[in-house]
Design a protein around this ligand. Structure first.
Ligand code: COA
Ligand code: THG
Length: 581
C-alpha cells in the first residue's frame, strides 16, 4: 500500500512505524502537520491508500478523512480520549494501559476502533513509557489493523454510547495548576507521579532555592533524608530533595519566566554555585552496588570475567563532562581482570552523541561543540584501542549520530529488535561528524555502503542494520529478557577457549589498519571538516541546533521524507503502478 504518515514530527514512534511498515512491503511517505491546506495538498499529490497519524496534535481536516481512510494512533485503551492520555495514566497509577488505532472522523478520538493492544505500565516517565511500552504496542496495533483492513468483511468497532449519548471518556489536557507539588503534604510516590506525568513536556512548575523552574527526570532515593522540599545533596549535575517520607533526585530543570527561550539543563547548572554553596556533593562509586533506591548515571559490575558498563544518560545526550566520566569508568573496567567488556548504554537510549542543549547554553557554542566532540572522540578511541579484551556494544535503546559510531567502536554490536538507529549527521545542519566514523563505517559496510547510509538520512531498524552489516546480532525479548541473554552470551564468550585467538586476531587487524592509515589521521580529517562546521562561514549547524533545542516548528517536510514532493514523484508512482500492478 501507499501510506502517508501525517505527523507532528519524525519522532521515535513515527520512525519505528516507518521502519516496520516498510519491512512489510508498504511504501511510506511523510508529511508534517503544518497547515490544513498543506495536508490536503500532500494527499492530492500522493493519493495514498491510507493515512496514518502516529503523533498528531491537531485535527485532520474533514476534506481529507471524508475521502481517504485515516487512522489515529492513540496512546490509550479503547474509549480513552483526549490530548493527555499518558499523563492521566501515570497520575492515576494505572497498572494496565493500551494503544488504540481508531478511524479519524469529526469528533476527536471518537472514531471506530480498528485495533487496540494492552500493555502493563511501569513506574517511569511519560517519555520513557512512550518510547518503550507505547511504541511496542503501537507497532502491534497498527499491524493488526492492517491485517484487518485486508480481511474481507471486517468492520471496525464503533465506541459504545454512554447513557448521555456521548462517546468514550474524554479527558482534557492538564492545566498547570493540576501539575503542582506540595512538598509538605505529598509523599514520594505522588511527587514522582506528578513529575513523571509531565516529563518530557511540559514539566512541573516549582520553586527551587528561590528560583522558579520546571522539574524533569525524577528518581527515588532511599538513604538520604531532610526537611520536605529541602535540597539535601548534589551528584553529577542532579539535585536531591527531601520529601515527607524519603527523598527524590531531580536531574534536570528549566528556569521559567526570564523571557528568553530557556533550555532544559542539569539542575546544578541551572541553580548555579551560589545557590548550592552549602549543599554537599554525595558521589556514588559506579563500582559499588547500591542496595536501595538512588540515581546515578554510570554503573559498573564484573561477573565471572565479564565487565558491564551501563550509562543512563538523560535523552542519550553526552556532554563533555559525561564523556570524561565514562572514559574514567572504562579505564577502571580495563584495570579489572574481565576479558569481555559489555557497554550497555541506557534503558531508553544508547546514545545520541554530543549534548546539543548543553552546547547551546554556552556563551561560545563553537568552542563548546569542539570540546564535546573531542571528548566523544577520546571515548570512542579508548574503545577502538582496547586491544586486549573483547568489547561488545549491547543496544537496549535507540542511537543517533555519534552515538551509533560509538557503538561501532566495539568488536561486536548486539541489539534489541525494536532499536532504531540513525547513523548519520546531516540532519543537524549538514554536520560532517567525527567519532572516527570514516574508519568505523567503511570497515563494516564498505565505502559505497557507508556513503549510502550517511547520505539517505533515514532511520534503520535493528534488522535492517544487521542486513547492512552495522549490527552483528539481534536478540529478542523484553528489556529483562534481553539483559539476561546478553549476560548469558557474554559469559559464554568469556569461557570460550577461542576467545584468546579472537583477541589476537583483532590485535593483528588493528595493527594492520594503523599501519595503513593511523587512527589519528582519520580524526584529523574529520575534525578539519568539523572546524568548518563550527567556525566557518556557513552557519547551518548552529541554526539547526538552535531549531532543534528550542523545538522550532518545521515549516516544511524535508524531501528525503516527503516522497510525494520530489520532482518526478508522480511519474515514478505511475511507473511503479505499471510494473507492479
Ligand atoms: N542533544 C541534546 N538533546 C537531545 C539529543 C542530543 N544530541 N538527542 C535527543 N535529544 C533530546 C531531545 O531534545 C528531546 O528532548 P526532550 O526531553 O525535551 O523531549 C529528547 O531527547 C527526545 O528526542 P525526540 O527527538 O523528541 O524523540 P522522542 O520521540 O524519543 O521523544 C516524545 C519525544 C514524543 C516522547 C515527547 O514529545 C512526549 O512527551 N510526547 C507525549 C506523547 C503523547 O502522549 N502523545 C499524545 C498525542 S495524541
Ligand atoms: N479526528 C481527526 N483528527 C484527529 C483526531 C481525530 N487528529 C489527531 C487527534 N485525533 C489526536 N487526539 C487529540 C485529541 C484532542 C486534542 C488533540 C489531539 C485536543 N487538542 C487541544 C486543541 O487543539 O485545542 C489542545 C489540547 C492541549 O494540549 O491541552 O484537544 O480523532 N479528524
Amino acid at each position: 500500500m501507499r501510506i502517508l504518515f501525517l505527523t507532528h514530527g519524525f519522532n521515535s514512534l513515527t520512525q519505528r512505524l516507518f521502519v516496520e511498515l516498510r519491512r512489510l512491503g508498504h511504501e511510506i511517505s511523510i508529511e508534517f502537520d503544518i497547515h490544513d491546506r498543506v495536508t490536503e495538498e500532500a494527499v492530492t499529490l500522493y493519493r495514498p491508500d491510507l493515512v496514518i497519524a502516529p503523533f498528531l496534535k491537531r485535527a485532520i481536516p474533514e476534506r481529507v478523512w471524508r475521502h481517504t481512510l485515516c487512522w489515529i494512533v492513540h496512546p490509550g485503551p479503547v474509549g480513552d480520549r483526549g490530548p493527555a492520555a499518558l499523563d492521566w495514566a501515570i497520575l492515576d497509577a494505572a497498572r494496565e494501559w493500551g494503544v488504540t488505532v481508531l478511524q479519524a472522523d469529526a469528533e476527536m478520538d471518537a472514531g471506530d476502533v480498528w485495533a487496540s493492544v494492552p500493555f502493563m505500565t511501569r513506574p517511569a516517565s511519560k517519555s520513557s513509557l512512550y518510547r518503550r511500552e507505547v511504541t511496542e504496542a503501537a507497532v502491534q496495533a497498527v499491524r493488526l489493523a492492517l491485517e484487518r483492513l485486508e480481511t474481507p468483511g471486517f468492520r471496525p468497532q464503533p465506541l459504545p454510547r454512554n447513557p448521555d449519548g456521548s462517546l468514550g471518556q474524554w479527558r482534557p489536557g492538564l492545566r498547570a495548576a493540576q501539575r503542582t507539588i506540595d512538598w509538605e503534604r505529598d509523599d514520594t510516590a505522588s511527587i514522582l507521579r506528578q513529575i513523571r506525568a509531565a516529563d518530557g513536556s511540559p514539566g512541573v512548575r516549582d520553586v527551587v532555592l528561590g528560583l522558579p523552574v520546571r522539574l524533569f527526570n525524577a528518581w527515588p532515593e532511599s538513604e538520604l533524608r531532610g526537611d520536605p522540599g529541602a535540597v539535601i545533596a548534589i551528584r553529577d549535575g542532579a539535585i536531591c530533595r527531601a520529601t515527607r517520607d524519603g527523598a527524590v533526585w531531580i536531574t534536570h530543570l528549566r528556569s521559567v519566566g526570564s523571557g528568553d527561550p530557556v533550555l532544559k539543563l542539569p539542575a546544578t547548572r541551572v541553580l548555579g554555585p551560589e545557590r548550592l554553596r552549602d549543599i554537599p556533593e554525595v558521589p556514588s562509586d559506579p563500582f559499588v552496588p547500591v542496595t536501595g533506591d538512588t540515581w546515578r548515571e554510570i554503573e559498573c559490575r564484573v561477573v565471572d570475567g565479564v565487565g558491564f558498563l551501563s550509562f543512563e544518560v538523560h535523552n542519550g545526550a553526552m556532554a563533555t563532562d559525561q564523556c570524561h566520566r565514562l572514559l574514567d569508568a572504562w579505564q577502571q573496567l580495563r584495570a579489572t581482570d574481565a576479558r569481555v567488556l559489555v557497554l550497555q548504554g541506557g534503558e531508553d537510549f544508547w546514545s545520541n552523541g554530543i549534548h546539543l542543549h548543553r552546547i547551546e547554553a554556552e556563551a561560545n557554542s563553537a568552542d563548546a561543540s569542539w570540546a564535546n566532540i573531542e571528548a566523544m572522540n577520546d571515548l570512542t578511541r579508548a574503545l577502538i584501542e582496547t586491544d586486549d579484551r573483547w568489547v561488545i556494544s549491547a543496544l537496549r535503546g535507540n542511537a543517533g549520530a555519534g552515538g551509533v559510531f560509538l557503538a561501532l567502536a566495539a568488536d561486536e554490536v548486539w541489539c534489541r529488535p525494536g532499536v532504531i538507529l540513525n547513523p548519520h549527521y546531516k540532519n543537524m545542519g549538514n554536520l560532517h561528524g567525527s567519532e572516527y566514523w570514516s574508519y568505523l563505517l567503511p570497515r563494516r559496510v564498505g565505502v559505497e555502503g557507508g556513503r549510502g547510509i550517511m547520505g539517505n538520512r533515514l532511520p534503520l531498524g535493528a534488522e535492517e542494520a544487521r542486513a547492512a552489516g552495522l549490527v552483528d546480532r539481534v536478540m529478542d525479548g523484553d528489556a529483562a529478557e534481553f539483559a539476561r541473554r546478553v549476560e548469558a552470551q557474554a559469559l559464554a564468550l568469556a569461557q570460550d577457549p577461542g576467545l584468546a585467538g579472537r583477541i589476537r586476531a583483532k590485535q593483528e587487524r588493528r595493527r594492520q589498519d594503523e599501519a595503513e592509515k593511523p587512527l589519528a589521521a582519520y580524526r584529523e580529517a574529520e575534525m578539519a571538516h568539523m572546524r568548518l562546521n563550527f567556525y566557518g562561514f556557513d552557519p547551518s549547524y548552529h541554526v539547526a541546533r538552535y531549531n532543534f533545542v528550542h523545538r522550532v516548528p518545521q515549516s516544511r517536510t524535508p524531501l528525503h521524507l516527503a516522497l510525494h514532493r520530489r520532482i518526478g514523484a508522480r511519474a515514478s508512482a505511475s511507473d511503479a503502478a505499471r510494473t507492479n500492478p
